[in-house]
Design a protein around this ligand. Structure first.
Ligand SMILES: NC(=O)c1ccc[n+]([C@@H]2O[C@H](COP(=O)([O-])OP(=O)(O)OC[C@H]3O[C@@H](n4cnc5c(N)ncnc54)[C@H](OP(=O)(O)O)[C@@H]3O)[C@@H](O)[C@H]2O)c1
Ligand SMILES: [Zn+2]
Ligand SMILES: [Zn+2]
Length: 374
């Protein structure tokens, strides 16, 4: 026991290099409103990468990232009626909010000024919160989700961030009201393609290269694929889209996106590049266009999204990795070299024992390679 809590083990970034390595820490004891979750799988979101490398200037180390968590409830507090031991549950981007402000009262905890993120944050008692690249997490039951039977634990995990991040603005910005509207998805956001299709939208992927074209159409179900460097195709597509969701993680120009929008079109910003983007005013004004933003979703809507995805067989396309593969996976994520989300097989690859054997193996490999040079 450490600090009156119980022992936990995960992989943490210790500084801005963002390199993750084994880390022992403690979780609070399960309180009367809490659920203790044995973590099975955790998705790897680009926000994890932004945070471990301190792109946003708000990182406090050490940080165990991870906010697309699926696991099994192993303990529930006495006030918890919605979950029981053995239930499959999910934990997403937020684990706390004030529960009394206007946003909280409207099931919009995601916009509460006191919202608590799953990692790189502090709880009201001052303890540092750590995320899902770890064996166990203790969460207030109001921030735990039922994970529907129809959803697989591994490919379903990314819905807890990537899924709700695109589902919520589709509803809020009116994309689901009339079917057949045209949605452009910039920066792939592959779950946006799938959820958009399930809502009856016509979906075009907007990407920097044609590399992902066949997959986007054949596997993800996109109607069309637009390469931003193909000037003729970009010209042909001017004014054809009603909505664009921009999930790009890096600095980029908004001008081409505005030109693709029709009069009254809406550009919804979801990606979180580290620097502000330039806002071109003329195309905005001359077409009565709108630019808005959206941050994940509230707990009620997140539960609704999970049920929606289970009903429509929507899961993420994933590359399942071991915990010890995480640093090379982060390098690949930084180069957009992932189809389409890494998910860590936490339960089968994270244990102090496996770390020791992996360290030993690396050591042995090193010895062999050093010896072979002589
Ligand atoms: N609003 C929210 O609530 C919320 C929630 C989760 C994540 N996010 C943010 O959303 C962003 C995307 O997250 P993710 O996990 O989906 O990341 P991701 O899988 O790495 O996807 C980012 C995409 O951006 C595109 N891209 C990267 N660099 C680019 C550049 N220089 N110019 C143009 N396009 C570029 C790539 O698409 P192509 O290769 O197809 O061009 C890539 O697929 C991150 O900034 C993340 O922090 C926001
Ligand atoms: Zn995320
Ligand atoms: Zn609140």
């Amino acid at each position: 026991m450490v600090d009156g809590g119980h022992k936990a083990f995960g992989w943490a970034a210790k500084n801005e290099s963002g390199v993750l390595s084994p880390f022992h820490f403690s979780r609070r004891e399960n309180g009367e409103n809490d659920v203790t979750v044995k973590i099975l799988f955790c998705g790897v979101c680009h926000s994890d990468l932004h945070t471990i490398k301190n792109h946003w200037g708000i990182s406090r180390y050490p940080i165990v990232p991870g906010h697309e968590i699926v696991g099994i409830a192993t303990k529930v507090g006495k006030n918890v009626t919605k979950f029981k031991e053995g239930d499959r549950v999910g934990v997403g981007v937020i684990i706390g909010s004030c529960q009394s402000c206007e946003s909280c009262n409207q099931d919009l905890e995601n916009y509460c000024s006191k919202l608590v993120f799953t990692y790189n944050s502090r709880s009201s008692d001052g303890t540092r919160n750590q995320g899902g690249y770890s064996d166990v997490i203790v969460v207030d039951h109001r921030f735990v989700l039922r994970f529907p039977d129809g959803l697989p634990s591994d490919a379903g995990a990314p819905l807890l961030c990537a899924g709700i991040t695109v589902y919520s603005p589709m509803k809020y910005y009116g994309m689901t009201e009339d079917s057949g509207k045209h949605l452009g998805v910039s920066g792939l956001g592959h779950i946006a393609v799938k959820i958009g299709k399930a809502f009856g939208l016509r979906v075009t992927v907007i990407s920097r290269s044609s590399e992902k074209e066949r997959e986007a159409i054949d596997r993800l179900g996109a109607d069309a694929f637009l390469v931003t460097t193909d000037s003729q195709k970009m010209k042909d597509a001017v004014g054809t889209m009603d909505f664009i969701m921009d999930t790009v993680s890096a600095e980029h120009s908004l001008l081409p996106l505005f030109s693709l929008l029709n009069v009254n079109g809406k550009l919804v910003m979801l990606g979180l590049p580290e620097k502000p983007l330039e806002l071109p005013i003329f195309p905005l004004v001359s077409g009565r266009k709108m630019v808005g933003g959206s941050q994940i979703g509230g707990m009620k809507e997140t539960q609704e999204m999970l049920e929606f995805c289970a009903k429509h067989n929507i899961v993420s396309d994933i590359e399942l990795i071991k915990m010890s593969d995480i640093n090379s996976a982060m390098d690949r994520l930084a180069r957009s070299d992932v189809r389409y989300r890494f998910v860590i097989d936490v339960a089968n690859s994270l244990s102090p024992a496996s770390v020791i054997s992996c360290d030993i193996k690396e050591h042995v490999d090193h010895e062999v390679s050093v010896m072979s040079r002589f």
